[in-house]
Design a protein around this ligand. Structure first.
Ligand SMILES: Cc1ncc(COP(=O)(O)O)c(C=O)c1O
Length: 537
């Protein structure tokens, strides 16, 4: 989908009044001002700075620390590398040059022979890895940051301090590992979708197609990837000594996952949900109530995810003392985008390890749908530095490229502030958040996580959009070819993967993040399919 026809406001700080009390506040603008024009390659601003701690490097419990399997950057799936306690997996074989024999001259030897002052110039620093974000200010290049009123600042600081503390605490990651194994049912399978692949082959001009594999997050407890994040944040809530959680939800999956975590830990739980989403995701409303949560229907604005997020943020401003806000995606002010990405990155670590085992190598491409961007960030993160793996994020193309007809923030938006961080946002020429549309409640959002904006501008991830009609076709296609009913959100990624498979040879492999199951969508999809067939008569 092209950006043509979409207004491009001048100010990157633009945000609509409906974007919540937090969206436009500059009272605590982080060091790097948001209105700075992009200077060249956004990666340049990420040069290592010895004065500033890098959260990623600080955070990752190293393999020799005895860290648990599910800690960030320390999964069972990191492939070859140091074994437990630093043991080498090659049995200790040392490939370094034997210094007793003469070999090619080394730099050190050359330097000691010559006294050319140019030899003293230090080697050019290596460019930073794309995965080494955010920086100490919560910035992903120029994106991210913290645009919130003062009332939230101390709660965000407390959350950041708590997360930094647990990052090097193996007990925290052990607790999370245990929960992910015994409560969620991880690891989720990587499944070869053979009949779906055969369908792609039947459509291909070459008679060949890449094999499509499904990372089955739909098989995780509660039926989607959202539970990976809510359990991690519930553990943080307990550490901070808070007793109540709140959440926003669109498709209801994050609401169900939050209500589930609350029931498990004995927290009080309130979930904000737009009235339109309450209508189209009824099953999940019933589930949340059964789990003991209170579902607060939001009647403002378009009555969808953006409005639910506004209300949840408002609640949090008045309740930070005893309440933690479990944000459901890689959005919001620092440190949320980093925390949610880390908790979801288990998807990519498992996928990588499964690919190395089942395919003997990495896939040609990884495809995921993008609402706020958490399942995509989760599966992409471990592949971001593997530049031979194509990463493709699929947004909601809705009814096509007409204003208010889609929710493709990265494909058609421009930098602006929404819900506490700077990222691509769909907005009008005055900076008012635009109306959006998608058949899928979980993608029906005018913003996206800041790390996706960073990946887009760096050219690392290709973002595309799939229409409601294409997603509905993929919804019925997966059900009839594989016996799996996907979520409508996920159906967007499936539609793109089937197209891509037709363009690749048969020895290639594509992994799709099957982010959730479609039980919640069967009524709405049936209604939309009936409407469509009535129209075509
Ligand atoms: C099954 C499923 N997939 C994807 C999404 C989109 O969210 P995100 O982009 O954060 O993964 C949702 C949101 O509710 C969802 O329920």
């Amino acid at each position: 989908m092209s950006a043509a026809g979409t207004p491009q406001p001048n100010s990157p700080q633009a945000s609509g009044p409906d974007s919540g009390a937090v969206s436009g506040s500059q009272s605590h603008a982080p060091t790097a001002p948001a209105n700075q024009p992009p200077r060249g390659n956004p990666l340049q601003s990420q040069q290592p700075n010895s004065n500033q701690p890098n959260h990623n490097q600080q955070r990752r419990p190293g393999p020799s620390s005895g860290g648990p399997n599910y800690g960030p950057g320390n999964g069972p799936s990191n492939g070859p590398g140091p074994g437990p306690n630093g043991a080498r997996r090659d049995g200790g074989r040392d490939d370094r040059r034997d210094d007793r024999r003469p070999g090619p001259p080394t730099m050190e030897a050359a330097r000691s022979r010559r006294s050319d002052p140019r030899d003293l110039i230090p080697a050019k620093p290596k460019p930073p890895k794309l995965s080494d974000v955010p920086d100490a200010n919560g910035r992903f290049g120029k994106f991210g940051g913290r645009y919130v009123p003062e009332t939230l600042y101390s709660a965000l600081d407390q959350l950041r301090a708590t997360y930094d503390e647990v990052s090097s605490d193996p007990r925290f990651w052990d607790d999370l590992s245990d929960l992910l194994r015994s409560f969620v049912g991880r690891s989720t399978p990587l499944y070869p979708a053979q009949r779906l692949t055969a369908f792609a082959r039947s459509r291909s001009q070459t008679g060949e197609a890449a094999t499509i594999w499904l990372k089955r997050e739909d098989l995780a407890h509660t039926g989607a990837h959202k539970i990976n994040n809510t359990l991690g944040q519930a553990l943080l809530t307990r550490r901070m000594g808070k007793k109540r959680i709140i959440a926003e939800t669109g498709a209801g999956q994050h609401g169900v996952a939050s209500a589930t975590a609350a029931a498990h830990f004995g927290f009080e739980c309130d979930v904000y949900m737009g009235a339109e989403d309450v209508r189209r995701q009824k099953l999940n409303v019933t589930r949340m109530k059964l789990l003991g949560a209170r579902v607060i229907e939001v009647e403002s604005g378009s009555k969808t995810l953006k409005d639910a997020t506004n209300e949840a943020m408002r609640d949090w401003m008045g309740s930070v003392e005893h309440t933690h806000y479990i944000i459901g995606s890689v959005v919001g002010p620092d440190p949320f985008p980093r925390i949610v990405r880390d908790f979801q990155s288990i998807i990519g670590r498992e996928t990588k390890s499964q690919c190395l085992r089942l395919l003997n190598g990495l896939p040609a491409a990884v495809v995921a749908c993008v609402g706020g961007g958490s399942n995509a960030a989760g599966i992409f993160y471990d592949f971001v530095d593997d530049t031979n793996v194509q990463l493709i994020g699929v947004e909601a193309g809705g009814r096509g490229n007409v204003p208010g007809g889609h929710a493709a923030s990265l494909s058609a938006g421009s930098p602006g502030v929404l819900h506490g961080s700077l990222s691509y946002v769909l907005q009008d020429q005055f900076g008012q958040t635009a109306d959006v549309h998608s058949c899928s409640a979980g993608l029906d959002y005018p913003g996206v996580g800041p790390e996706h904006s960073y990946w887009k501008d760096a050219g690392r991830v290709r973002y595309t959009a799939v229409t409601d009609d294409q997603a509905l076709d993929a919804f019925t296609l997966l059900a009839s070819t594989e016996g799996i009913i996907p979520a409508l959100e996920t159906s967007h990624a499936l539609a793109e993967a089937v197209e891509l498979a037709q363009k690749l040879p048969k020895d290639k492999h594509i992994v799709v993040c099957l982010s959730g199951r479609g039980d919640k969508d069967v009524d709405e999809a049936s209604r939309l399919l009936a409407l469509r067939s009535n129209k075509s008569r």
